[in-house]
Write a protein that binds this ligand. Structure first.
Ligand SMILES: *Cc1c(COP(=O)(O)O)cnc(C)c1O
Length: 389
């Protein structure tokens, strides 16, 4: 069975009524015949049929043993960190998602979990940074917002020899483009808020484990800590996933066109997109990703922040907002928005310059998107706008 068929047909028809759309079981509890005698559901924190359909679906999509749905991507990340004990260490990608950095630093450090950051695009560096206390390697690939690529297969091999878990935040690629468990990772997490749900209408997180033992541990943590996804948000996420592979193909085609256009613009300094041959990790991306995804970043000549600010205010189809992965295109200035809390020196080191612009390329016609950027670049540069017929 091919991917898109698998997605649609691993969502079961409702046995009770034949409903083709997953019913929303908006209930907290389930009536029992005798104490402890029930139909597999007793309380919706522990298990809920709508959530269970989503959890089975994401496990199938990522090729894992089990899936778990959480109230947000960060709640999913939090559940994975709870596998560790005080004294353990995490080795993490250096330009990690800001929310994960905040969670690791400001919450888990005080419980005795240390995090070391390293450039995971350099596999040798990963091997060198491991200590006897490292219990978990945490990577994102591609990263946010400079789209750095780490070699999942090579890092999984290193993790295995040291008996360390490898967790991949697969939010940017989505399982339609990249399947980390097949490349050797142990755990995958998602902010389903982004491409999986895909319509900018829900906050959700997912965890998928490779084997039943890890699955049982996450299940215990999910029920014990309780940050579960509600039935309606589970339904919205299922509904989004139904069109995931179609969307990812179009997001990727549009992003490639936008990235190639930006490369021709005099005002633009660097363009970051793994689908460009000029991307330093293009070869690794090509090997492990089926599509290059919908995020494109670029910065401006002389790093002119004022010009970049003009630019992000001038676009019409790219609307100025945080987040990404929805059907409508978004633009953001990370130095003033998503990455503002990171000290400038550290930010600059990871390539997030003051004029860096991040695009979440949506599903509008690529010609309109390119015209929109062309016009905004002209306005930002203070040049006149040609009258269009
Ligand atoms: C958005 C995001 C998260 C956090 O997800 P929320 O759903 O906002 O909690 C984690 N990782 C990455 C890569 C993200 O982009």
């Amino acid at each position: 069975m091919k991917e898109q068929t698998k997605i649609l047909h691993s969502i079961p028809v409702d046995e009770l009524t034949g409903a083709i759309s997953t019913p929303i079981y908006q209930t907290s509890t389930f009536v029992q015949e005798a104490p402890g005698l029930h139909r597999g559901y007793d309380y919706s924190r522990t298990n809920n049929p709508t959530r269970a359909t989503l959890e089975q679906l994401i496990a199938t999509l990522e090729g894992g043993s089990s899936g778990f749905a959480f109230a947000s991507g960060l709640a999913a990340i939090d559940a994975v960190v709870k596998l560790l004990n005080a004294g353990d260490e995490i080795l993490a990608v250096d330009d990690i998602y800001g929310g994960a950095f905040r969670l690791f630093t400001h919450i888990y450090q005080k419980f005795g979990i240390r995090v070391n950051y390293t450039d995971t695009t350099n596999t040798e560096q990963v091997a060198k940074a491991i200590t006897p206390k490292t219990k978990l390697i945490w990577i994102e690939t591609p990263t946010n917002p400079t789209l750095k690529i780490s070699d999942i297969r090579a890092i999984a091999a290193i993790a295995k020899t040291h008996n360390i878990l490898l967790c991949v935040d697969n939010t940017f690629a989505s399982p339609a483009a990249q399947k980390p468990l097949e490349l050797g990772a142990d755990i995958v997490v998602h902010s389903a808020t982004k491409y999986l749900a895909g319509h900018s209408d829900v906050i959700a997180g997912l965890v998928v484990t490779k084997n039943d033992d890890l699955g049982a541990q996450i299940k215990f943590i999910q029920n014990a800590s309780g940050a579960i996804l509600g039935p309606f948000d589970s339904w919205l996420t299922i509904r989004g996933i139904e069109t995931l592979s179609l969307r990812i193909v179009q997001h990727s085609n549009n992003a490639q066109a936008v990235a190639e256009f930006l490369q021709t613009q005099g005002l633009v300094r660097n363009v970051y997109y793994p689908g460009l041959r000029s991307h330093p990790n293009h070869a690794v991306a090509k090997q492990q990703q089926k599509y290059f995804g919908g995020i494109v970043s670029f910065d401006l000549q002389a790093d002119q922040k004022a010009t970049a600010t003009q630019l992000v205010k001038a676009t019409r189809y790219f609307q100025l907002a945080e987040s990404l992965g929805g059907v409508k295109s978004l633009v953001c200035l990370p130095s003033e928005m998503t990455h503002k809390s990171i000290p400038a020196a550290i930010r600059h080191q990871s390539g997030v310059t003051d004029s860096l612009v991040r695009l979440s390329v949506g599903l509008e016609d690529p010609e309109d998107l390119i015209q929109d950027l062309e016009r905004a670049l002209r306005i930002a540069a203070g040049r006149s706008i040609p009258v269009r017929s």
